[in-house]
Ligand binder design. Structure first.
Ligand SMILES: [Zn+2]
Length: 701
């Protein structure tokens, strides 16, 4: 009986072993090229291109993993103390094991999968060979059972590597691929960038500093966290001394050495623009979607496979935007966006937090391409940080009126350019500040109601909330909601937003991103066509084969007539409305200001014959921020950017819809003016609305 059980156990064990082996052989089947150490030097740089508007040629915008980032260095050119620093902290038995530290690995797995903590150590549990496998395969899948299988694959691959290559080859590959901060990889790039010298010139202390980063490049990044790096450097020096790699004199001298970093490199070219960050994010996520890659695989592929990314950036506009949004003080010490501090209390910790205002700006061109983006105020110091232009949803205030109320109401003939509507409150609602009492709604930005008929165009210029709400009410919220969601690509509205406040005055539940606002407003500059925005058109692999291609999604959101009429109406904002005096030089421009009723969000969306641009300003944690409308920061920032970016562009006008008829309108009745009407200004009308008698001639004067 016992023999039978043993026999059964052995059989079951054998089956498991065979299954496991066959699993490992299968999943590592395509490792050949990935784990080929002799090919490593050939790892290719991916490049982002832009199209030169004048020549139509594609030019280089940025190299993603250029020679600055990974610089190959042969093992014999790396000083012994650099090798010693890594071996001492990461894998002191490197020359003795066969790829795997069995005791360390078992202990690490027990630590991870059981509540028992066997021993903790500042030394890593995976060997240099295992870490090399990780760097080459980017096989970083999850925790739990996935994590256990990942560990098994890694162990198997480490054994395979050790059988195929010498210790020196493995060490050389490791030292050239290990990850550092800022997308830097390898000890030569580390020496060049952190210390401004060749790897052969590194001191013992500097070698230990770089060796300390690899364990966790963000935590031990010596620029961001010098104290973390210094502590780890000193641990590594201790191990080197303990293992007899350095003498006591060397140890003490190195401990006393200050951490002196190369300062000019970080502040210059090594921080990606918000545009580059966005391209990286989009390409990685599209690769994951279309090719079923993991995040690690897509990232590795993007950085190292020589991809050619044809982007939509306009470098002139991008750098103009960056320079304005850096918000540097002028000669009088004043910044364009005032730096007003605000303090709030974190509700969960009770901690007091002080914040300064943030801002974002993004432009799309009339092919739908994102031409420039800046997702924060001030100098950008890190890669892949929050891009407020794309990822922050904010209430849109009055910038909502043209797309949520006036545009579709004009399109469907509920109103015309100068329909006169009554400037008075629309309804009474509960006053949440005074329970049991009612208040009049909506309020205008400047309190009170004129109790007169105001033509729609004048209400747009002055941003009267009452008239926007009446226009929307005439059309109905369903039509507006459908227009926003299905015609101009607003993706963050919910059923709860089907109401007058959200759709006319921008007090929606979640808010809208600046990018979606810029793309929606493009309809007022290009004859009514909405195009879903994108930041690249195609991506080719190193052999020139197209691996990603953007499908252009476009909708004729408004007729060319309505788009032109709205364009003319929005021009009054910069002529005599809330943006008066802030129009850019040279080329025509239209736009709309926006402020939420609680003063927490400030917007300007500006449209020129070249670009539709959204600018937002406010606190990350929404708080009141007062604004001066004569120097309205978002509008002024947009104007300054356009003045730089459009200075040398060929003259260009907005498309004109020839079937739109122009008559002066009467500012009192909103009808077509007769000779006696006062203060006449031009009005723009669809032929059909004139013919149908929708816009009669004024009889009052
Ligand atoms: Zn009149």
């Amino acid at each position: 009986m016992l023999a039978y059980l043993v026999c059964l156990g052995v059989m079951a064990g054998s089956v498991l072993l065979v299954a496991l082996t066959s699993y490992l052989v299968n999943v590592t089947e395509n490792d050949g090229s990935v784990l080929n150490l002799t090919n490593l030097q050939l790892s290719l740089t991916s490049i982002i291109y832009y199209q030169d508007a004048e020549t139509g040629e594609y030019e280089e915008y940025q190299r993603l993993d250029g020679s600055e980032n990974r610089i190959w260095v042969d093992l014999e050119d790396i000083p012994q103390h650099v090798l010693d620093a890594y071996i001492a902290v990461e894998d002191k038995d490197f020359y003795d094991h066969h790829g795997v530290d069995i005791v360390g690995t078992v202990a690490a797995m027990v630590n991870e999968y059981t509540p028992i903590k066997l021993f903790s150590s500042k030394r890593g549990a995976s060997t240099i060979t295992q870490q090399l496998v990780k760097n080459l395969t980017m096989d970083n899948d999850g925790s739990g059972i996935d994590g256990a299988f990942r560990k098994l694959r890694e162990i198997y691959r480490a054994f395979v590597l050790e059988k195929q290559y010498t210790k020196d080859e493995i060490l050389e590959a490791y030292l050239n691929t290990l990850r550092l901060s800022h997308n830097w990889a390898g000890v030569q790039a580390g020496a060049n960038n952190y210390f401004g010298k060749d790897v052969s010139e590194l001191t013992i202390a500097e070698a230990a500093s770089i060796a300390g980063i690899t364990k966790n490049p963000s935590v031990y990044n010596p620029y961001s966290y010098p104290e973390n790096n210094l502590e780890r450097r000193n641990d590594i020096l201790f191990f080197m001394h303990e293992q007899g790699k350095i003498t006591t004199e060397q140890y003490e001298a190195a401990l006393a050495e200050e951490l002196v970093l190369n300062q000019d490199i970080r502040s210059k070219s090594f921080v990606n623009s918000y545009f580059t960050d966005m391209v990286i994010d989009r390409v990685i996520s599209d690769l994951m979607d279309q090719y079923n890659m993991t995040l690690g695989e897509a990232t590795e592929y993007l950085y190292n496979d020589g991809l050619k990314i044809y982007s939509t950036v306009n470098p002139t506009l991008q750098s103009a935007m960056e320079s304005v949004m850096r918000n540097e003080p002028n000669a009088n010490g004043k910044t364009l966006f005032p730096i007003k501090e605000n303090t709030y209390t974190n509700p969960s910790t009770g901690e007091k937090i002080t914040q300064t205002p943030q801002a974002a700006m993004v432009s799309v061109d009339y092919n739908g391409g994102i031409a420039a983006v800046v997702g924060g105020l001030g100098e950008k110091t890190e890669d892949r940080v929050l891009n407020r232009a794309v990822d922050s949803l904010r209430q849109t205030g009055s910038t909502m009126k043209p797309i949520g109320a006036y545009g579709p109401a004009l399109e469907y003939d509920y109103i015309h350019y100068s329909t006169a509507l009554f400037d008075d409150y629309v309804k009474e609602i509960d006053d949440e500040k005074n329970p049991g009492q009612k208040k009049q709604w909506p309020r205008n930005y400047n309190p009170g109601y004129s109790m007169t008929q105001v033509p729609v165009v004048d209400a747009i210029a002055k941003s009267l909330n009452t008239i926007a709400v009446r226009s929307l009410a005439m059309m109905g919220v369903e039509t507006s909601y459908d227009f926003l969601v299905n015609s101009v690509g607003i993706s963050s509205l919910s059923e709860r937003d089907k109401d007058l406040g959200p759709l006319a005055l921008g007090s929606m539940t979640e808010g809208i991103s600046p990018l979606e606002m810029a793309a929606a407003y493009a309809i007022f500059g290009n004859g009514g066509k909405y195009i879903e925005p994108y930041c690249y058109t195609t991506v080719e692999d190193s052999s020139g084969e197209v691996i990603l291609e953007k499908k252009i999604v476009s909708v004729q959101a408004l007729s060319a007539d309505t788009a032109y009429i709205m364009n003319r109406a929005l021009k009054t904002v910069l002529q005599y409305g809330t943006g008066a005096g802030l129009a850019p030089k040279r080329l025509d421009a239209v736009g709309k200001t926006g402020t939420t009723s609680d003063n927490k969000d400030h917007w300007f969306i500006g449209v020129t014959p070249y670009y539709s641009t959204a600018t937002w300003w406010g606190y990350d944690n929404p708080a009141e921020l007062s604004v001066n409308y004569t120097t309205h920061p978002p509008t002024t920032a947009w104007r300054n950017v356009m003045n730089i970016a459009q200075a040398d562009l060929p003259s260009k006008s907005f498309p004109v819809s020839k079937s739109v008829q122009v008559f002066n309108y009467c500012p009192i009745t909103g009808n077509i003016a007769n000779a006696n009407c006062p203060d006449q200004k031009p009005g723009y009308y669809k032929s059909s609305t004139i013919e149908s008698g929708f816009v009669p001639v004024c009889q009052a004067h």
